[in-house]
Ligand binder design. Structure first.
Ligand code: KG4
Length: 335
Protein backbone atom coordinates (compact mmCIF):
# COMPACT_ATOMS: atom_id res chain seq x y z
CA UNK A 1 0.00 0.00 0.00
CA UNK A 2 1.28 3.48 -0.65
CA UNK A 3 0.22 5.97 1.98
CA UNK A 4 -1.90 8.91 0.95
CA UNK A 5 0.11 12.13 1.07
CA UNK A 6 -1.74 13.50 4.04
CA UNK A 7 -1.44 10.29 6.05
CA UNK A 8 1.41 9.53 8.38
CA UNK A 9 2.22 5.94 9.20
CA UNK A 10 4.11 5.24 12.39
CA UNK A 11 5.74 2.06 13.61
CA UNK A 12 5.56 1.46 17.38
CA UNK A 13 7.69 -0.98 19.38
CA UNK A 14 7.13 -2.06 22.96
CA UNK A 15 9.26 -4.36 25.15
CA UNK A 16 9.32 -2.75 28.59
CA UNK A 17 8.21 -5.81 30.55
CA UNK A 18 6.91 -9.20 29.40
CA UNK A 19 5.10 -8.38 26.17
CA UNK A 20 6.87 -7.84 22.88
CA UNK A 21 4.65 -5.81 20.61
CA UNK A 22 4.94 -4.06 17.26
CA UNK A 23 2.24 -1.97 15.63
CA UNK A 24 1.53 0.22 12.63
CA UNK A 25 -0.77 3.17 13.33
CA UNK A 26 -2.06 5.74 10.85
CA UNK A 27 -2.31 9.38 11.93
CA UNK A 28 -2.07 8.44 15.62
CA UNK A 29 -5.59 7.05 15.39
CA UNK A 30 -6.14 4.03 13.15
CA UNK A 31 -4.53 0.75 14.17
CA UNK A 32 -3.45 -1.09 11.01
CA UNK A 33 -1.71 -3.86 12.95
CA UNK A 34 -0.91 -4.51 16.60
CA UNK A 35 0.97 -7.77 17.15
CA UNK A 36 1.50 -8.77 20.75
CA UNK A 37 3.64 -11.68 21.86
CA UNK A 38 2.98 -12.40 25.52
CA UNK A 39 5.69 -14.15 27.51
CA UNK A 40 3.31 -15.23 30.27
CA UNK A 41 4.09 -18.93 29.67
CA UNK A 42 7.80 -18.30 30.21
CA UNK A 43 7.30 -16.58 33.57
CA UNK A 44 4.35 -18.54 34.96
CA UNK A 45 6.49 -20.98 36.93
CA UNK A 46 8.12 -18.06 38.78
CA UNK A 47 4.86 -16.17 39.55
CA UNK A 48 6.45 -13.01 38.20
CA UNK A 49 8.64 -11.66 35.42
CA UNK A 50 12.28 -12.88 35.35
CA UNK A 51 14.28 -10.04 33.72
CA UNK A 52 16.89 -12.20 31.97
CA UNK A 53 14.28 -14.49 30.46
CA UNK A 54 12.23 -11.48 29.38
CA UNK A 55 15.01 -9.65 27.54
CA UNK A 56 16.16 -12.79 25.74
CA UNK A 57 12.62 -13.56 24.58
CA UNK A 58 12.18 -9.95 23.35
CA UNK A 59 15.39 -10.27 21.35
CA UNK A 60 14.29 -13.52 19.75
CA UNK A 61 10.86 -12.17 18.86
CA UNK A 62 11.19 -8.56 17.85
CA UNK A 63 12.38 -8.88 14.22
CA UNK A 64 9.67 -11.35 13.31
CA UNK A 65 7.05 -9.07 14.84
CA UNK A 66 8.34 -6.03 12.92
CA UNK A 67 8.02 -7.98 9.65
CA UNK A 68 4.63 -9.31 10.66
CA UNK A 69 3.24 -5.91 11.70
CA UNK A 70 4.31 -4.31 8.40
CA UNK A 71 2.90 -7.23 6.44
CA UNK A 72 -0.43 -7.20 8.26
CA UNK A 73 -0.73 -3.44 7.75
CA UNK A 74 0.13 -3.88 4.07
CA UNK A 75 2.98 -1.36 4.20
CA UNK A 76 6.75 -1.38 3.91
CA UNK A 77 9.56 0.38 5.78
CA UNK A 78 9.58 3.02 3.04
CA UNK A 79 5.99 4.07 3.91
CA UNK A 80 6.83 4.95 7.52
CA UNK A 81 6.95 8.57 8.66
CA UNK A 82 8.48 7.88 12.08
CA UNK A 83 9.37 5.06 14.45
CA UNK A 84 8.48 5.14 18.15
CA UNK A 85 9.63 2.90 20.99
CA UNK A 86 9.12 2.75 24.73
CA UNK A 87 12.19 4.23 26.36
CA UNK A 88 11.05 4.33 30.02
CA UNK A 89 10.17 3.05 32.58
CA UNK A 90 10.61 -0.71 32.67
CA UNK A 91 13.20 -3.48 32.90
CA UNK A 92 16.47 -2.15 31.51
CA UNK A 93 17.44 -5.24 29.50
CA UNK A 94 13.94 -5.50 28.07
CA UNK A 95 13.57 -1.81 27.17
CA UNK A 96 16.83 -1.99 25.22
CA UNK A 97 15.40 -4.40 22.63
CA UNK A 98 12.59 -2.17 21.33
CA UNK A 99 14.61 1.03 21.56
CA UNK A 100 17.66 -0.38 19.80
CA UNK A 101 15.50 -1.88 17.06
CA UNK A 102 13.76 1.48 16.59
CA UNK A 103 17.11 3.27 16.41
CA UNK A 104 18.27 0.90 13.66
CA UNK A 105 15.07 1.51 11.66
CA UNK A 106 15.28 5.27 12.21
CA UNK A 107 18.90 5.35 11.03
CA UNK A 108 18.41 3.02 8.08
CA UNK A 109 15.23 4.69 6.80
CA UNK A 110 16.22 8.23 7.81
CA UNK A 111 12.98 8.83 9.71
CA UNK A 112 12.53 10.45 13.14
CA UNK A 113 12.98 8.37 16.27
CA UNK A 114 10.44 9.08 19.01
CA UNK A 115 11.31 7.82 22.49
CA UNK A 116 8.09 7.26 24.39
CA UNK A 117 7.25 7.23 28.08
CA UNK A 118 5.35 3.99 28.67
CA UNK A 119 3.01 5.63 31.16
CA UNK A 120 2.03 8.40 28.79
CA UNK A 121 1.50 5.76 26.10
CA UNK A 122 -0.89 3.78 28.32
CA UNK A 123 -2.97 6.91 28.91
CA UNK A 124 -3.17 7.45 25.15
CA UNK A 125 -4.74 4.00 24.52
CA UNK A 126 -8.42 5.14 24.64
CA UNK A 127 -7.68 7.66 21.89
CA UNK A 128 -6.97 4.84 19.45
CA UNK A 129 -10.63 3.93 19.40
CA UNK A 130 -12.17 6.70 17.38
CA UNK A 131 -12.08 9.54 19.89
CA UNK A 132 -9.82 12.57 19.52
CA UNK A 133 -7.35 13.15 22.39
CA UNK A 134 -8.81 15.62 24.87
CA UNK A 135 -6.98 17.58 27.54
CA UNK A 136 -6.75 18.23 30.41
CA UNK A 137 -7.58 15.07 32.29
CA UNK A 138 -6.74 13.22 35.48
CA UNK A 139 -4.89 10.05 34.46
CA UNK A 140 -4.98 6.93 36.62
CA UNK A 141 -2.44 4.35 35.61
CA UNK A 142 -2.92 0.92 37.15
CA UNK A 143 -0.70 -1.97 36.10
CA UNK A 144 1.63 -4.64 37.42
CA UNK A 145 4.48 -2.18 37.85
CA UNK A 146 2.73 1.15 38.45
CA UNK A 147 -0.09 2.71 40.38
CA UNK A 148 -0.03 6.44 39.83
CA UNK A 149 -2.21 9.50 39.34
CA UNK A 150 -1.32 12.24 36.88
CA UNK A 151 -2.57 15.65 35.94
CA UNK A 152 -2.26 15.61 32.14
CA UNK A 153 -2.42 19.02 30.46
CA UNK A 154 -1.33 18.03 26.94
CA UNK A 155 1.19 16.03 24.92
CA UNK A 156 4.48 15.77 26.86
CA UNK A 157 2.93 17.92 29.58
CA UNK A 158 1.95 15.96 32.68
CA UNK A 159 2.63 16.03 36.42
CA UNK A 160 2.61 13.17 38.91
CA UNK A 161 0.04 13.78 41.66
CA UNK A 162 0.56 10.60 43.67
CA UNK A 163 1.77 7.03 43.43
CA UNK A 164 2.03 3.86 45.46
CA UNK A 165 4.40 3.85 48.38
CA UNK A 166 4.82 0.08 48.14
CA UNK A 167 3.18 -2.48 45.81
CA UNK A 168 1.44 -1.62 42.57
CA UNK A 169 -2.21 -2.68 42.50
CA UNK A 170 -1.63 -5.29 39.75
CA UNK A 171 1.27 -6.67 41.77
CA UNK A 172 -1.10 -7.03 44.75
CA UNK A 173 -3.53 -9.02 42.55
CA UNK A 174 -0.62 -11.20 41.41
CA UNK A 175 0.66 -11.78 44.96
CA UNK A 176 -2.77 -12.69 46.32
CA UNK A 177 -3.22 -15.11 43.41
CA UNK A 178 0.14 -16.65 44.24
CA UNK A 179 -0.80 -16.96 47.94
CA UNK A 180 -4.01 -18.76 47.02
CA UNK A 181 -2.33 -20.85 44.31
CA UNK A 182 -4.44 -19.41 41.50
CA UNK A 183 -1.70 -18.96 38.88
CA UNK A 184 -0.15 -15.98 37.11
CA UNK A 185 -1.09 -13.28 36.19
CA UNK A 186 -3.45 -12.87 39.12
CA UNK A 187 -5.77 -10.10 37.93
CA UNK A 188 -7.98 -11.99 35.46
CA UNK A 189 -8.40 -15.08 37.67
CA UNK A 190 -9.10 -13.01 40.80
CA UNK A 191 -11.71 -11.04 38.86
CA UNK A 192 -13.36 -14.24 37.59
CA UNK A 193 -13.44 -15.90 41.02
CA UNK A 194 -14.67 -12.76 42.78
CA UNK A 195 -17.66 -12.69 40.45
CA UNK A 196 -18.74 -16.13 41.68
CA UNK A 197 -18.50 -15.33 45.41
CA UNK A 198 -21.75 -16.24 47.16
CA UNK A 199 -21.22 -14.21 50.33
CA UNK A 200 -20.05 -10.72 49.45
CA UNK A 201 -18.51 -9.68 52.76
CA UNK A 202 -15.99 -6.94 53.52
CA UNK A 203 -13.44 -9.03 55.41
CA UNK A 204 -10.69 -6.41 55.42
CA UNK A 205 -10.58 -2.93 56.91
CA UNK A 206 -10.02 0.29 54.99
CA UNK A 207 -6.27 0.61 54.96
CA UNK A 208 -5.51 4.28 54.43
CA UNK A 209 -7.30 7.44 55.58
CA UNK A 210 -9.44 9.29 53.06
CA UNK A 211 -7.48 10.84 50.22
CA UNK A 212 -7.34 14.58 49.75
CA UNK A 213 -5.46 17.57 51.09
CA UNK A 214 -2.87 17.04 48.39
CA UNK A 215 -2.06 13.51 49.57
CA UNK A 216 -2.75 11.01 46.82
CA UNK A 217 -0.42 8.23 47.82
CA UNK A 218 -1.56 4.65 47.36
CA UNK A 219 -0.59 1.65 49.46
CA UNK A 220 -1.23 -2.05 48.98
CA UNK A 221 1.10 -3.79 51.41
CA UNK A 222 -1.30 -3.35 54.35
CA UNK A 223 -4.18 -4.93 52.45
CA UNK A 224 -1.88 -7.72 51.22
CA UNK A 225 -0.76 -8.46 54.79
CA UNK A 226 -4.38 -8.47 55.99
CA UNK A 227 -5.26 -11.07 53.35
CA UNK A 228 -2.21 -13.22 54.19
CA UNK A 229 -3.02 -13.17 57.90
CA UNK A 230 -6.68 -13.96 57.29
CA UNK A 231 -5.79 -16.91 55.04
CA UNK A 232 -3.32 -18.29 57.62
CA UNK A 233 -5.93 -18.03 60.38
CA UNK A 234 -8.73 -19.40 58.14
CA UNK A 235 -7.17 -21.98 55.79
CA UNK A 236 -10.61 -23.39 54.94
CA UNK A 237 -12.02 -20.02 53.95
CA UNK A 238 -13.80 -19.85 50.61
CA UNK A 239 -11.24 -18.50 48.14
CA UNK A 240 -13.88 -16.82 45.98
CA UNK A 241 -15.18 -14.88 48.98
CA UNK A 242 -11.64 -14.01 50.01
CA UNK A 243 -10.67 -12.62 46.61
CA UNK A 244 -14.00 -10.80 46.33
CA UNK A 245 -13.26 -9.00 49.56
CA UNK A 246 -9.68 -8.26 48.53
CA UNK A 247 -10.74 -6.93 45.14
CA UNK A 248 -13.40 -4.63 46.61
CA UNK A 249 -10.89 -2.95 48.92
CA UNK A 250 -8.13 -2.86 46.30
CA UNK A 251 -10.36 -1.14 43.75
CA UNK A 252 -12.02 1.15 46.28
CA UNK A 253 -8.61 2.71 47.00
CA UNK A 254 -8.30 3.61 43.30
CA UNK A 255 -11.82 4.92 42.86
CA UNK A 256 -11.72 7.19 45.92
CA UNK A 257 -8.40 8.73 44.97
CA UNK A 258 -9.13 9.37 41.33
CA UNK A 259 -12.41 11.16 42.07
CA UNK A 260 -10.90 13.09 44.99
CA UNK A 261 -8.14 14.32 42.65
CA UNK A 262 -10.56 15.18 39.86
CA UNK A 263 -12.68 17.26 42.25
CA UNK A 264 -9.74 18.93 44.00
CA UNK A 265 -8.09 19.89 40.69
CA UNK A 266 -11.38 20.88 39.09
CA UNK A 267 -10.76 18.55 36.13
CA UNK A 268 -13.86 16.48 35.42
CA UNK A 269 -12.37 14.18 32.79
CA UNK A 270 -10.68 10.98 33.99
CA UNK A 271 -8.67 8.53 31.89
CA UNK A 272 -7.93 5.10 33.37
CA UNK A 273 -5.28 2.89 31.75
CA UNK A 274 -2.99 -0.09 32.35
CA UNK A 275 -3.63 -3.82 32.81
CA UNK A 276 -5.87 -3.46 35.87
CA UNK A 277 -8.14 -1.11 33.89
CA UNK A 278 -9.29 -4.27 32.07
CA UNK A 279 -11.12 -5.22 35.30
CA UNK A 280 -14.89 -5.07 34.78
CA UNK A 281 -15.61 -4.51 38.48
CA UNK A 282 -13.32 -1.44 38.45
CA UNK A 283 -15.28 -0.09 35.47
CA UNK A 284 -18.52 -0.71 37.34
CA UNK A 285 -17.30 1.05 40.50
CA UNK A 286 -16.02 4.05 38.50
CA UNK A 287 -19.35 4.35 36.69
CA UNK A 288 -21.19 4.16 40.03
CA UNK A 289 -19.05 6.87 41.67
CA UNK A 290 -19.27 9.27 38.74
CA UNK A 291 -21.27 12.43 39.32
CA UNK A 292 -23.09 14.38 36.66
CA UNK A 293 -20.68 16.17 34.33
CA UNK A 294 -17.80 13.82 35.13
CA UNK A 295 -16.48 11.69 32.29
CA UNK A 296 -14.53 8.45 32.72
CA UNK A 297 -12.61 7.26 29.65
CA UNK A 298 -11.19 3.71 29.54
CA UNK A 299 -9.76 1.79 26.60
CA UNK A 300 -11.10 -1.63 25.59
CA UNK A 301 -9.49 -4.42 27.64
CA UNK A 302 -7.18 -5.47 24.78
CA UNK A 303 -5.64 -1.99 24.69
CA UNK A 304 -5.33 -1.75 28.50
CA UNK A 305 -2.46 -4.21 28.74
CA UNK A 306 0.95 -3.57 27.18
CA UNK A 307 0.83 -3.04 23.41
CA UNK A 308 2.70 -1.10 20.75
CA UNK A 309 -0.31 0.65 19.20
CA UNK A 310 -0.40 3.04 22.17
CA UNK A 311 3.34 3.69 21.65
CA UNK A 312 2.88 4.48 17.94
CA UNK A 313 -0.19 6.56 18.86
CA UNK A 314 1.41 8.90 21.39
CA UNK A 315 4.52 8.84 19.16
CA UNK A 316 2.45 10.47 16.42
CA UNK A 317 1.57 13.37 18.72
CA UNK A 318 5.28 13.89 19.50
CA UNK A 319 6.08 13.62 15.80
CA UNK A 320 3.55 16.33 14.96
CA UNK A 321 5.14 18.61 17.54
CA UNK A 322 8.64 17.90 16.23
CA UNK A 323 9.63 16.27 19.52
CA UNK A 324 12.19 13.86 18.08
CA UNK A 325 14.80 11.95 20.07
CA UNK A 326 18.52 11.71 19.37
CA UNK A 327 19.95 8.37 18.28
CA UNK A 328 22.16 8.21 21.35
CA UNK A 329 19.24 8.34 23.80
CA UNK A 330 19.45 5.60 26.44
CA UNK A 331 16.71 3.62 28.17
CA UNK A 332 15.71 4.46 31.73
CA UNK A 333 14.32 2.00 34.25
CA UNK A 334 12.65 4.85 36.12
CA UNK A 335 9.83 7.18 35.18
O1 KG4 B 1 -0.25 -3.08 31.94
P1 KG4 B 1 0.20 -4.47 32.11
O2 KG4 B 1 -0.06 -5.42 30.96
O3 KG4 B 1 1.74 -4.47 32.30
C1 KG4 B 1 2.52 -4.65 33.39
O4 KG4 B 1 2.53 -3.79 34.27
O5 KG4 B 1 3.19 -5.70 33.35
O6 KG4 B 1 -0.49 -5.02 33.45
C2 KG4 B 1 -0.38 -6.31 33.93
C3 KG4 B 1 -1.03 -6.35 35.30
C4 KG4 B 1 -0.84 -7.65 36.04
O7 KG4 B 1 -0.47 -7.37 37.37
C5 KG4 B 1 -2.23 -8.30 35.99
O8 KG4 B 1 -2.52 -9.14 37.09
C6 KG4 B 1 -3.13 -7.08 35.96
O9 KG4 B 1 -2.45 -6.13 35.17
N1 KG4 B 1 -4.43 -7.38 35.37
C7 KG4 B 1 -5.60 -7.29 36.03
C8 KG4 B 1 -6.61 -7.72 35.13
N2 KG4 B 1 -6.01 -8.03 33.93
C9 KG4 B 1 -4.68 -7.81 34.10
N3 KG4 B 1 -5.86 -6.92 37.29
C10 KG4 B 1 -7.14 -6.94 37.70
N4 KG4 B 1 -8.16 -7.34 36.91
C11 KG4 B 1 -7.95 -7.75 35.62
N5 KG4 B 1 -8.95 -8.15 34.86
Amino acid sequence: MSAKNRDTLGLGLESSCDETSVSVVRNGRDILSNLIYSQIDLHQAYFGVVPEIASRAHLETVNGLVDGALREAGVSFADLGYVAATQRPGLTGSLLIALQSAKAISYAMNIPLIAVNHLEAHLYAPFLEGREPVYPYIGLLVSGGNTALYQVRGVADFTLIGKTVDDAVGEAFDKIAKLLDLGYPGGPVVERMARTAVLKKKLFPKILPEPGGGDYRFSYSGLKTAVIQYWRANPRADRCELVYSFQERALEILVRRVFAASREFGINRIVVAGGVAANARLRELLAGAREEGEEVIIASPVLCTDNAAMVAGIGYRYYRKGLYSPLDIDVSARV
